[in-house]
Design a binder for this molecule. Structure first.
Ligand code: ATP
Length: 466
């Protein structure tokens, strides 16, 4: 089967190695694993969570805190179903589903090679054009001829609010955080009276009932988004679209993604979402191919106008200077947090040889590294070393966090463990420490050790972490 073959050979099984490291070292576990898992759901462990928080904080700092024109929001995941009628998600948030009539495996049609025109017409409610194409093979049974015709499958998770399961109680888990911002547009206007241009920003969970979740965190059913809805006058959208384009690239470099691994794709009119007049997908070279990492879209006044139409609320803007009243237009940078984490893991995963042995290490930028420093006593069974190491650990922890104390296994094993976690520095307390109050500081990338006075340790590490 072609797809499986591709996976096995992708950079020598890099994805499998990353998934295995993530589980082994407490970054990411399969969701509900002891019950056989749940497809498309992943649980973050201690170091994964720390990495995730570092990325979120860096994003929030750059796109919200450092600016004067952003308003944060944390809207509820459950929203009135009318939100999704207005936004077009009930009518059109669907993917083409095909089923193998032989083994009944289901797939997203475009992911396994059905031609895009086939379902683009279906999306628009037009009959699919009849033309000749070679049908793809079923990934499970290998059959190529036995496909039921594609149907459009709505990806929103439906639920009921309250004890009665009827039409009136239907709600959905939000498939994007964006609508939580559009429906709060008036609240933000009334509370803060911002002048255009200004933006709203939100980090939160989104849910999509993906037909076939795949590629680890890349396509999950529950994931997190970091989104901005930036409101501007229609005449100025291009200017702000461009400035976000630059800022996105700057931030991706800040968190350690190589600019050569990022590619901008101008999305064609046929492929754009119904609300967009221009979209750039920022793609990343994942081991399984070049795929969308995040999107930048010009959503026009589509959403605010749709909510005005459906709710009757006044979501217009009054310009005091020109005495004009109008509906603002909107630029949306939309980042998938889990895809970002996966991109960083792929970027930093490194194999090399040190001291004649193979090693794996994660070359995180210090700002995103889940652990900044590890402190070790050279030997576990020497109380004087352990005691001194604990004192140094407690002192250092007042200045630098998160840091860990590790006395488990021999020193070589401890270095390897920290390399796999991506800890930039390991501090070892040895017999010389007891004599002259110096420790060794080992650099993760080079393995080189330097002796540093304990009194200068925190400033030495702080400088090196910059
Ligand atoms: P795709 O074409 O890959 O399905 P999309 O274009 O539908 O993605 P958007 O609706 O633009 O995605 O969502 C914004 C961002 O949310 C994406 O760029 C991506 O980073 C993230 N995202 C979307 N779907 C998923 C998913 N199933 N799992 C993880 N992240 C996702």
């Amino acid at each position: 089967m072609e797809i499986k073959k591709k996976k096995e050979t992708a950079e020598g099984g890099k994805m499998e190695k990353i998934i295995s490291l993530c589980k082994r070292r407490g970054f990411i576990y399969p969701g509900s694993e002891i019950y056989g898992g749940l497809s498309g759901a992943w649980d973050y462990g201690s170091f994964g969570l720390s990495l995730k928080n570092n990325i979120k904080n860096s994003w929030w700092k750059k796109f919200v805190e450092e600016r004067d024109d952003m308003y944060g929001i944390d809207a509820a995941i459950l929203m009135n179903a009318k939100v999704w009628e207005a936004s077009g998600h009930i009518a059109g948030f669907s993917d083409p589903l095909v089923e193998c009539s032989k083994c009944h495996s289901q797939y997203r049609a475009d992911q396994i090679g059905f031609p895009p025109d086939h379902f683009q017409n279906m999306k628009k409610g037009m009959p699919s054009i009849s033309y000749v194409f070679v049908p793809p093979k079923c990934e499970k049974c290998g059959s190529a001829e036995n496909w039921f015709s594609p149907i459009m499958f709505n990806m929103m998770f439906k639920t009921n609010v309250g004890p009665v399961e009827d039409k009136g109680s239907v709600s959905y888990l939000r498939p994007e955080t964006a609508q939580g911002m559009f429906v709060n547009f008036k609240n933000v206007m009334d509370s803060f009276h911002p002048r255009l241009p200004f933006g709203m920003a939100q980090i939160g969970k989104a849910f999509r009932n993906e037909i076939s979740p795949r590629d680890f965190l890349f396509r999950a059913r529950e994931f997190e988004q970091m989104e901005i809805e930036y409101f501007t006058r229609e005449s100025e959208w291009e200017k702000y679209f461009e400035s976000f384009r630059t800022e996105i690239l700057d931030w991706l470099a800040d968190i350690g993604l190589d600019k050569d691994s990022i590619h901008e794709l101008e999305v064609s009119a046929e492929d754009r979402a119904h609300y967009s007049k221009r979209t750039i997908d920022f793609e990343f070279d994942y081991p399984f191919g070049r795929k969308e990492l995040l999107g930048l879209a010009y959503r026009t006044d589509f959403d605010l106008s749709a909510h005005i139409g459906k709710s009757g609320a006044d979501l217009s803007y009054y310009d005091e200077e020109t005495k004009d009243r109008f509906v603002p237009h909107c630029i949306e940078p939309s980042f998938g947090l889990d895809r970002m984490i996966l991109a960083i893991l792929c970027e930093v995963y490194t194999e090399d040889e040190m001291g004649g042995e193979k090693r794996i290490f994660l070359k995180f930028k210090p700002t995103v590294a889940p652990v900044k420093v590890a402190v070790f006593p050279l030997l576990k069974n020497k109380p004087e070393l352990v005691k001194k190491a604990q004192i140094i650990f407690s002192e250092l922890k007042k200045e630098i966090r998160p840091i860990v104390f590790d006395d488990n296994g021999n020193i070589g094993k401890r270095y390897r463990r920290q390399d796999e976690i991506g800890t930039p520095f390991c501090v070892t307390i040895d017999f010389d420490t007891l004599e002259n109050d110096t420790v060794t500081v080992r650099d993760r990338d080079t393995g080189k050790q330097e002796r540093v006075k304990t009194g200068e340790l925190s400033s030495f590490i702080k400088n090196s972490l910059k």
